[in-house]
Design a binder for this molecule. Structure first.
Ligand SMILES: Cc1cc2nc3c(=O)[nH]c(=O)nc-3n(C[C@H](O)[C@H](O)[C@H](O)COP(=O)(O)OP(=O)(O)OC[C@H]3O[C@@H](n4cnc5c(N)ncnc54)[C@H](O)[C@@H]3O)c2cc1C
Length: 287
């Protein structure tokens, strides 16, 4: 199937894009890489009369870096992150994550801003930017705004963005040079969205652990972070204590998952934790 007739506009500034969004109302949609929007338009799951292509807005394809952080414009593609064309603040975590998003054709055009704005709960960047303590920036009729990535997603496909807001960029603090990370994405075949994922980051400045593909916002595992931060090396016996801490974190989050999903999330967490200690991820015995 193909979409209905569309007007295509390509604004030259954020202000022009916001004005076009306001004017178009419900019938206007931003298009970035088009990798999610175009299939949805083709399948008539989404309708639009006006497509606002933000790819030409100055700065949207650029990045900047200083000693503290790297700022990625909204239209930086997964591919440019994967191949290291943009400065990596994450000791290799972001290129690794990018390399497992979909397949090459999608990575060539899909953007980090489009992925965050869509907020598919299984999207890799939601969990990754949350784990890295990133800040999401946007602009709309009420001016500029920002929040931590872990607060940006409200629910599946729902973010803090208003109808006429435009995600403009993402600021990612540089990981400590000695920080170690592990990431594990469970999917049936390479290039699929995750059924479950986890990221564990052990840094001298902070330990962070998140679950992703949770049918909503990524889940931060604070008890698990406390446990991880006390461990000096990986031992098989740590699996059960981390599993228990994950269960407590999930119980406190108020979120509910079926047994299969819990098993998948636990597997991802334990494998991520092992990787953060430089251990090849294997299923710990007894789970
Ligand atoms: C076959 C396939 C497999 C995939 N597998 C994965 C995967 O494994 N992991 C993963 O994370 N993703 C996956 N994706 C999604 C892919 O990463 C998309 O590129 C991404 O989700 C959307 O980015 P985009 O730039 O293409 O956005 P678009 O498709 O252009 O837009 C997506 C939505 O976000 C809105 N939007 C875009 N940019 C902005 C902005 N700056 N401000 C406000 N709103 C905006 C649009 O209006 C639209 O509603 C897959 C996609 C396909 C087609």
């Amino acid at each position: 199937m193909k979409p209905g007739a569309l007007n295509y506009v390509r604004p030259n500034s954020v202000q022009e894009a916001i004005a076009s969004l306001e004017e178009g109302g419900m019938d206007a949609k931003i298009i970035a890489g088009g990798q999610s929007l175009v299939p949805m338009l083709n399948l008539r799951m989404v309708s639009a009369e006006r497509l606002i292509d933000i790819g030409g807005i100055p700065g949207f394809r650029e990045f900047s870096a200083d000693d503290r952080e790297v700022r990625l414009g909204a239209c930086i593609t997964h591919e440019r992150i994967q191949i290291g064309e943009v400065t990596d603040p994450s000791n290799g975590l972001m290129p690794k994550v990018a390399s497992a998003i979909a397949y090459q054709a999608v990575r060539n055009r899909g953007t980090i801003g489009g992925s965050m704005a869509l907020a598919d709960p299984s999207a890799d960047w939601l969990t990754t930017t949350a784990a890295l303590g990133a800040t999401v920036e946007w602009e709309g009729p009420d001016g500029k705004n920002s929040c931590l990535s872990e607060e940006f997603v409200v629910a599946a496909y729902t973010t803090q963005l208003g109808m006429s807001d435009l995600l403009t960029g993402i600021r990612i603090p540089r990981l400590h040079p000695d920080a170690k990370w592990g990431t594990y994405k469970l999917c049936r075949k390479v290039g699929e969205f995750a059924h479950a994922m986890a990221i564990a980051i052990r840094s001298p400045s902070a330990t962070r652990a998140f679950l992703g593909a949770t049918e909503g916002a990524p889940v931060r595992l604070k008890h698990t972070e406390d446990v991880l931060s006390t461990l000096k090396e990986w031992h098989a016996a740590h699996a059960s204590v981390l599993s228990q801490s994950m269960d407590s974190d999930i119980a406190e989050s108020g979120r509910e998952f079926d047994d299969v999903h819990i098993w998948q999330l636990r597997t991802c967490l334990l494998r991520s934790a092992q990787m953060s200690f430089g251990v090849k991820p294997v299923e710990p015995e007894g789970l």
